[in-house]
Design a binder for this molecule. Structure first.
Ligand code: ADP
Ligand code: MG
Ligand code: MG
Length: 364
């Protein structure tokens, strides 16, 4: 597979620019029948999370601690999608969860599917924000690393470790939210995870394939045009703009946990929690985000703190009701870089940091 994939990342040159040729998708690995009953190559140790589709375990694989997401037959498509996207975008990026391998076992309704990735003991950003307040450095690192991960997904080229610019497919994540972002270090470096709903933005794909791909994700983080099913499915940029809306909500959530001087930090709250509570329906979200054009609010500290003040504009531009007015992920990176002078020294932490309690899982 590794050899095959090298072909997908060809050298970027003026005569092999995108649109001028088609990149072939890798064929699904052909799992031999006897492999279906072979023992699994990992040992599950303890559950570490529950998502929408699967249960996630800390596990041992080749003497290494890894994370294993287990999915049932019902979620085979999500497994296939997550695996294929990781294989397609196989060059490691520091802000994308590192994929190790995939497995499937059993037949028929008893089939089970597994995604093996690096294990990150600090867990999801959702858990991290619930349990910690943030210094400005941590908040900045979290925001910058998520924007970097999404920039990489959205981009159609990247630099490899030898400094060569290579071509790749643009990918929309389509389920950006704190439970799909994992925290890599206490200083706030994060990776974008859970590519189960991600979508390859192939300019050569026919409209029909794109057309069935509009309204997915998590209602709370769904953009107005996705809630209202009026996404311009013919334009691949639309899918990136949907991610940018969700990213803006996440940036708001991160900044809400920033500890500015002695101003008390309110307990963690999801965006729109005050308006729709725990598990909003599509109709509820449509009512507030589309009909009433509401967005999360900015408390007094946003205007009095010099760091937060500069983030307000960036967040508001990201969740604009007009998808085309939204900043791109690369713009967000540039704007955050312009705040770098305000960035405190690395590793100065303002609050004690704790990993999430073992086995804490959330369904979000
Ligand atoms: P789903 O596709 O079912 O939503 P996710 O990939 O989002 O599953 O994972 C669900 C939860 O499991 C995450 O929110 C996180 O708490 C935990 N988790 C997932 N992958 C890892 C990992 N590699 N390291 C640590 N925790 C993880
Ligand atoms: Mg998830
Ligand atoms: Mg998923």
């Amino acid at each position: 597979i590794a050899c095959t994939l090298v072909c997908y990342c060809r050298k970027y040159s003026s005569n092999s620019r995108r649109h001028s040729h088609q990149i072939q998708f890798p064929a699904a690995p052909n799992i031999e029948l006897d492999e279906r009953s072979a023992p699994l190559p990992f040992q599950l140790l303890q559950p570490i999370g529950n998502g929408r589709f699967g249960s996630v375990w800390k596990a041992l694989y080749n003497n290494e601690t890894v994370a294993v997401k287990a999915l049932s037959l019902h979620h085979k498509l999500s497994w296939q999608n997550e695996r294929d996207i990781h294989l397609l975008d196989s060059t490691p990026h520091e802000n994308i969860l590192k994929f190790i391998s995939s497995e499937s076992r059993g037949r028929g309704s008893s089939s089970e599917y597994f995604i093996i990735t690096e294990y990150l003991p600090l867990g999801s950003l959702h858990q991290f924000l619930r349990h910690n307040t943030l210094s400005w450095e941590q908040a900045w690192n979290i925001m910058y690393s998520i924007a970097s991960g999404i920039t990489h997904l959205h981009s159609n080229s990247y630099y490899n470790s030898n400094g060569l610019l290579l071509e790749k497919y643009s990918i929309a994540h389509r389920d950006i939210k704190p439970s799909n972002i994992l925290v890599k270090s206490v200083s706030g470096h994060c990776v974008v995870a859970d590519l189960g709903l991600a979508f390859i933005l192939d300019p050569a794909a026919d409209d029909r394939k794109l057309a069935v791909s509009g309204q997915v994700g998590t209602y709370r983080y769904m953009s107005p045009e996705a809630l209202d099913a009026r996404v311009n499915l013919r334009d691949i940029e639309s899918f990136k703009q949907i991610d940018m809306y969700a990213l803006s909500l996440v940036l708001w959530e991160v900044c809400m946990r920033y500890q500015s001087d002695d101003v008390p930090v309110p307990p963690y709250q999801s965006p729109f929690f005050d308006m729709v509570g725990e598990k909003p329906t599509l109709e509820q979200m449509k009512e507030i985000v589309v009909n009433a054009n509401k967005r999360p609010g900015f408390t007094g500290v946003w205007y009095s703190d010099k760091n937060l003040k500069r983030i307000i504009k960036l967040i508001k531009e990201g969740w604009d009701e007009d998808p085309e007015a939204r900043l791109t992920a690369a713009n967000i990176k540039i704007q955050l870089e312009s705040l770098i002078g305000m960035r405190p020294k690395l590793d100065s932490l303002s609050s004690p940091l704790s990993p999430p309690p073992e086995g804490e899982g959330v369904f979000l």
